[in-house]
Design a protein around this ligand. Structure first.
Ligand code: ATP
Ligand code: MG
Length: 408
C-alpha cells in the first residue's frame, strides 16, 4: 500500500522535562499499534510495516494515508494534531515547488479556495530567510500560478503549512485536530466498572486520556437478565479498547443470584447502596489480583439517588483502593457530548436491562451512612457472597490481538 509521511504533533508531553523521551517513545509506539490494528484488524497475520521515528519535537509516522489511519490517530491520546506532509529539501526553490504541489493535491478533492495564507515555522534556522520572507516567497509563487486566490492572513480558507528543518523540511495542506491528553501507558493501570449506560464508557476513556490503561469488570444480572446485555457490554469494551494500544480484558461477574440474596435480606430502600458496596468489594479483590491501582466508575454527583454525596461516601468506605470518578462534576449534556465524540453514544443508548434495576426500590435511601449499611450487611454473609462472585468470574478477551467475544 502506498505509504505517506505523517507528522504527529504533541503538546502537553513536551512539558514533561526529564521524562520527555519516554513519553515520546510511548506516543510513537502507541501510534504504530493503533494504526496497524485499525488497518489490519486484530487477527491479521502479516504485519504491514508502519514505522514511527522521533525527530526533535515531532514524530514522523510512515503509514498508508487512509480513513483508517486518520480514524486511529484521532483516538491516539497524547497527540494534538497531525498532517500528511511532503518531505522536501531545505531549499527555497524546492519549498516553492512543494507548496504548489501540496495545493494541487488538495484541489483533487476540494474546491478552489478563495483566500489563502502560508504559515512557515522555522524549527531550525537552516535558511537565512525569515519565516515571513519564506511565506511571501511561497505565497507569491502560488498567487502567480492561481491568480484568483487572494492572500488573507486572518480569514484564510486554505492554509499551507511549512516547517523548516536542517535535514529535510515539510509542507502540508491540512492539519487534523486530535484529542490531546497523555499517551496511554504513561500512568499505572486501572479497572473500570462498566455498565451498559452512557457514563461508564466515557469515564473509562477519560481515564485513558490521562495515560492510564484500563481493563473492565461487569456485574451481570444473570439469570434475570440475558446475554443480550453482555453482548452490549462486550461491544462497549471493544469501543473503549480502540483508544488503548493493548486491548484489555473484560471480567464478568455473575451477579443476579447475589442480588436476589441481598434483596431478600436487606431493607428495600438500602438495596441499591448495598449492591454497590458489594460491587466495590468484589472489584477491589479483582484489582488486587490483577495488580491495578484504582477503580473507575461513571458516577456523577447527584445524578441519581445512589450518587448523593452521602451514598457515594457509604459506597466509598468499603473500597480498598482509590475510586476514580472522572465524571463527578459533569452534567449529562457534557457526558453525552463526550459519548458522541468518543463514538460510544449509539451503543450505550441501545435499550437493555441493567442489573442495578433488579429488585430495586422506586425510592431508594438518599442519605445512607456506613453504619446503617453495616447493620443491613449483618443480615447476610458478605464474605460468602464475595467468594461466590469471584468463583463464578469469567475473563473475556484481553491478550493483544484477541477480540472480545460475546459469550455463547
Ligand atoms: P452508567 O450510565 O455508566 O450505567 P448510571 O448513570 O446508570 O451509569 P448507575 O447505574 O448508578 O449510574 O451506576 C453508577 C456507576 O456504577 C456506573 O457508571 C458504573 O461505573 C458502575 N456500575 C453500575 N452498574 C454496574 C454493573 N452492572 N457492572 C459494572 N459496573 C456498574
Ligand atoms: Mg447504569
Amino acid at each position: 500500500m502506498d505509504k505517506r509521511t505523517v507528522i504527529l504533533r504533541y503538546h502537553e508531553i513536551a512539558l514533561k522535562g526529564r521524562n520527555r523521551k519516554w513519553f515520546e517513545q510511548r506516543l510513537a509506539t502507541n501510534a504504530k499499534r493503533l494504526v496497524s490494528r485499525e488497518i489490519l484488524g486484530e487477527l491479521s497475520g502479516e504485519k504491514e510495516k508502519i514505522s514511527a521515528t522521533l525527530i526533535d519535537g515531532r514524530i514522523l509516522l510512515k503509514a498508508p494515508w487512509t480513513n483508517e489511519t486518520r480514524s486511529a490517530l484521532r483516538r491516539l491520546f497524547g497527540l494534538t494534531s497531525f498532517s500528511a506532509v511532503r518531505p522536501v529539501k531545505t531549499d527555497p526553490q524546492a519549498l516553492v515547488s512543494a507548496g504548489i504541489e501540496a495545493l494541487e493535491d488538495y484541489l483533487k478533492d476540494h474546491e478552489m479556495p478563495e483566500r489563502f495564507r502560508v504559515r512557515t515555522r522555522r524549527s531550525h534556522k537552516a535558511l537565512s530567510a525569515t519565516s515571513m520572507e519564506l511565506d511571501t516567497l511561497i505565497g507569491s509563487a502560488i498567487k502567480t500560478k492561481y491568480p484568483t486566490l487572494t492572500v488573507d492572513l486572518k480569514n484564510a480558507d486554505f492554509t499551507l503549512g511549512v516547517e523548516i528543518r536542517t535535514e529535510e523540511s515539510f509542507v502540508w495542506s491540512t492539519s487534523y485536530q486530535a484529542l490531546g491528553g497523555l499517551p496511554v501507558g504513561t500512568n499505572a493501570s486501572t479497572l473500570t466498572l462498566l455498565s451498559g449506560g452512557l457514563d461508564s464508557p466515557v469515564a473509562a476513556i477519560q481515564i485513558l486520556s490521562r495515560g492510564s490503561p484500563t481493563s473492565f469488570i461487569h456485574f451481570h444480572g444473570v439469570p434475570f437478565v440475558g446475554d443480550q446485555v453482555l453482548d452490549k457490554i462486550c461491544r462497549l469494551a471493544e469501543l473503549v479498547n480502540r483508544f488503548q494500544p493493548h486491548t484489555q480484558p473484560l471480567y464478568v461477574i455473575p451477579f443476579g443470584n447475589i442480588q436476589e440474596k441481598i434483596a431478600l435480606a436487606v431493607h428495600p430502600k438500602m438495596r441499591t447502596v448495598i449492591y454497590r458496596r458489594m460491587m466495590i468489594r468484589i472489584a477491589s479483590e479483582v484489582a488486587k489480583k490483577i495488580g491495578v491501582l484504582a477503580l473507575v466508575t461513571g458516577e456523577s454527583l447527584g445524578q441519581v439517588a445512589s450518587q448523593t454525596l452521602e451514598n457515594l461516601s457509604t459506597i466509598n468506605s468499603v473500597a480498598e483502593i482509590p475510586i476514580l470518578r472522572p465524571l463527578i462534576g459533569m452534567d449529562k449534556d457534557k457526558i453525552i457530548e463526550l459519548a458522541q465524540r468518543y463514538e460510544t453514544f449509539s451503543t450505550s443508548i441501545e435499550p437493555t436491562l441493567d442489573c442495578c434495576t433488579l429488585f430495586a426500590d422506586r425510592h431508594p435511601i438518599l442519605r445512607s451512612t456506613d453504619s446503617t449499611a453495616l447493620e443491613q450487611e449483618r443480615k447476610f454473609s458478605v464474605s460468602d457472597l464475595v467468594a461466590e462472585a469471584l468463583s463464578g468470574m469469567r475473563t473475556l478477551g484481553g491478550r493483544t490481538g484477541d477480540p472480545l467475544h460475546p459469550i455463547q
